[in-house]
Design a protein around this ligand. Structure first.
Ligand code: GDD
Ligand code: MN
Length: 379
């Protein structure tokens, strides 16, 4: 087995004597230091198998894509899909998988936490065992979760597993796993129904299948992260809850609207809290107080939607301020309707709380319809 350093120098002609039978999809964000070690490990684990690795990088500022391309110059089995203006683990996996021509697709994290030696076992099980999907599980005999962060991470993971099991039609001990393999044909069959938001692509796949998938779980260690840090946070859990709700509603409820409405609901609370504070503490008069409360709630909505609802289209730097101005501008119309209708209701002797809330709700619905396209340019 030639070691990778000589492999690095050798020309790549002929290395692709046969098309890859297995595409290993690696969603990555800021994983530069882990790329070379990962390619070495794949090279060792997949000896005798025609494989390729497809890194799907969301324009990492640490130069992950450049590192992948540096290696790809000497090794045709290494590919990079660089995404600009889109973020998200699940959507990265989907785009990477849809760029493959191999018979089988594996998904694995790019931080060396997953045990790549499980890949040949999973491939053999799919080829000869009659399974639809092979999942590397930390929670079957022989598996372990030692590499997962502190107690909070274990709590999040166990809560996610418990929640997922309520909805899953098949028994999965580790539905949170991001390490699994399936035939490309099955992925293509399910791709159209995938939600593609958030982190948990395995749950998305299993819930998108119209038939009960035959799942094999192989024990796997979840190692310590080799370098860099986890991108998993509580917001991912909010997206996960939204994914389950979206599936429960048969995809009828766009996940984004659910998230925007949740943020809008919080915005109404902020709106009324500010209005109450102004009513009790200032002599400004209702119209001015409603206007101030509206704009404070609007800024709150914009920021929370940028971090949660449109996390995969998150605006940063100068675009954040342009987005805020655009959000205020285009949703200013919603505010005019909000304040006008609230004022009209108030003058017709509707209680000021109901008048304030109805005006705010009209503003939220208007803001969703307008901001989805003009501010975040998301579907
Ligand atoms: N392209 C892209 N875009 N990749 C991402 C993004 C993103 O927005 N966020 C994370 N990744 C990549 C990371 O670079 C890493 O390769 C992999 O996805 C997992 O991300 P981590 O941040 O390391 O996740 P974790 O260590 O907390 O692991 C948890 O989530 C994984 C993914 O579901 C655990 O639940 C693991 O079991 C699971 O594999
Ligand atoms: Mn990780």
């Amino acid at each position: 087995m030639p070691n990778l350093t000589t492999l690095d120098e050798q020309p790549t002609q002929g290395r692709f004597a046969t098309a890859p039978a297995l595409s290993v999809i690696v969603p990555c964000y800021n994983e530069r230091p882990n790329v070379q070690p990962m390619v070495r490990k794949l090279n060792a684990a997949l000896a005798g198998i025609a494989w390729e690795v497809i890194y799907v990088d969301d324009n990492s500022p640490d130069g992950t894509a450049e590192e992948v391309r540096r290696i790809a110059q000497h090794d045709g089995r290494v590919r990079c899909l660089r995404r600009i203006g889109r973020r998200g683990l699940a959507s990265a996996v989907i785009e990477g998988a849809l760029s493959s021509s191999a018979d089988y697709i594996a998904v694995i994290d790019g931080d060396l936490q997953h045990d790549e030696t499980r890949l040949p076992v999973m491939l053999a099980a799919l080829r000869t065992g009659g399974y639809d999907i092979a999942v590397a599980s930390r929670h079957v005999a022989g598996g372990d979760n030692a590499g997962l962060g502190g107690r909070w991470r274990h709590f999040l993971s166990n809560f996610g597993i418990w929640l997922a099991r309520l909805f899953l039609p098949v028994r999965l001990t580790d539905p949170m796993s991001g390490f699994f393999m399936l035939p490309r044909g099955l992925f293509e069959e399910l791709a159209r129904r995938l939600n593609g938001q958030g982190f948990k692509i395995l749950v998305d796949l299993v819930l998108s299948s119209r038939r009960k998938l035959r799942v094999l779980e192989v024990p796997a260690r979840f190692r310590e992260r080799a370098a860099g840090e986890s991108k998993m946070d509580a917001l991912v859990m909010i997206q996960f809850v939204g994914l389950l709700l979206d599936k429960l509603c048969g995809g009828m409820l766009p996940l984004r609207f659910f998230s925007f409405a949740l943020v809008g609901g919080l915005g109404v609370v902020v709106h009324l809290a500010v209005l109450t504070a102004l009513r009790t503490a200032t002599p400004l008069g209702f119209e001015a107080e409603q206007a101030i409360a509206t704009f404070v709630a609007m800024g709150f909505n914009f920021q929370l939607n940028n971090v949660i609802t449109y996390r995969d289209h998150r605006l940063r730097g100068a675009r954040l301020w342009q987005g805020l101005l655009l959000f205020i501008l285009v949703c200013g119309f919603g505010a005019v309707a909000n304040i006008g209708i609230a004022q009209m209701l108030y003058e017709q002797k509707t209680g000021w709380t109901a008048a304030g809330a109805i005006g705010a709700v009209i503003g939220v619905v208007w803001n969703y319809a307008v901001s989805a396209t003009l501010v975040w340019r998301a579907r």
